[in-house]
Design a protein around this ligand. Structure first.
Ligand code: ZN
Length: 333
């Protein structure tokens, strides 16, 4: 039997799928190096195996292959925890909200698998940058009944009942499925979420879509899945110095993803074991990512896939990255 070329298992760069939703801006092109002929770059899907927009491998021996094709061909490189999952578990995006996003909710796995043949969506946001006064919608101010929720949607008074939260650079928000939410204008966000594109929209500021018609609302489904109690407090985040000197902050840990921020000034190491792939999103600065048989220059806006089992990689330079992996003890579905 022929041995697989070991270069297949080296970390590689990803090129995102770009979405031009009506509320998007141009910062992903102007400041984060995203290339697209589209006018608005609302979202770049940085780590995506979703059929609505796949990442494409942009370096190394598998260049040109979609990430979905790569995982199908080399499933062990997604990691052992992903082996029995019906779909690749995680989607990572950059979002440039020049205008307000619609107020929306996502279903949980149970509902989405039954009604949409998809995962539900729990997500987290990391505010990379924002304008002064930027705020987002996060759940309700007070507990509602289903009837009150329906009435507020029908009468256009929903925005009086939602919980608005001011944001600043570096803030993170954990959004469990069922939480009503909206990203507000003037924010650039990294979103780490379950691999799902199921969104139930309940309010869209009376805007018209690209076709000149109001975008569809999904009131009935939203009422079925929305949690009507105010959201819990965001968990405390701990920062610790890694042994090699980077400041590491735990941003989110749930059954679907574990997300950490690494503020690197010098050199640090990232370990990628057999249980999960790793994903690095560079949000500031530049560095060199290297291992015993590869080296990649990385800079602000770049996305790197670390195949499961690729071992120790070192990052040398001055940069801030977001690292995502699937937790070992995941009991997904
Ligand atoms: Zn959402």
């Amino acid at each position: 039997m022929k041995m697989a070329d070991s270069r297949i298992f080296q970390p590689f760069r990803l090129r995102p799928a770009i979405k031009d939703y009506i509320w998007g801006g141009t910062r992903l092109r102007d400041e984060y190096g995203k290339k697209s002929s589209l006018e608005r770059l609302a979202e770049s899907w940085e780590l995506s195996c979703h059929p609505d927009g796949m990442s494409v491998i942009d370096s190394g021996i598998c260049e040109g292959m979609t990430l979905g094709e790569y995982i199908e061909r080399y499933p062990a490189q997604a990691g052992s925890v992903c082996r029995d999952m019906p779909f690749f578990p995680v989607l990572v995006k950059l979002i440039d909200a020049r205008n307000d996003l619609s107020v929306q909710v996502h279903p949980d796995d149970e509902y989405a698998l039954e009604h949409e043949n998809s995962y539900g969506k729990t997500e987290m946001w990391y505010v990379i940058d924002c304008e002064p006064g930027a705020e987002l919608v996060y759940g309700f101010k007070e507990r509602l009944t289903r009837e009150q929720f329906r009435e507020a949607i029908d009468n256009g008074t929903l925005m009086e009942l939602v919980n608005r939260v001011p944001v600043k650079k570096g803030d993170t928000f954990f959004i469990p499925s069922g939480t009503l939410h909206a990203i507000g204008r003037g924010m650039l966000i990294a979103e780490i979420q379950q691999n799902s594109n199921i969104t139930y929209r309940v309010y869209d500021y009376g805007r018209l879509g690209a076709d000149g018609k109001p975008r569809e609302l999904h009131t009935e489904k939203a009422i079925e899945v929305t949690c009507l109690a105010p959201p819990p407090e965001q968990p405390e985040q701990s920062i610790h110095e890694s042994e090699t000197g980077a400041a590491v902050r735990e941003l989110a840990q749930c059954r679907y993803f574990r997300v950490t921020e690494h503020d690197i000034n010098g050199s640090t190491q990232i370990s990628t074991g057999d249980t999960s792939f790793g994903h690095i999103l560079v949000i500031e600065g530049s560095a060199v990512l290297s291992g015993h048989d590869f080296s990649l220059d990385i800079k602000k806006g770049d996305s790197i896939f670390l195949p499961a089992g690729c071992g120790m990689s070192s990052i040398s330079g001055r940069c801030r990255i977001i690292h995502t992996a699937v937790p070992e003890d995941t009991k997904q579905l």
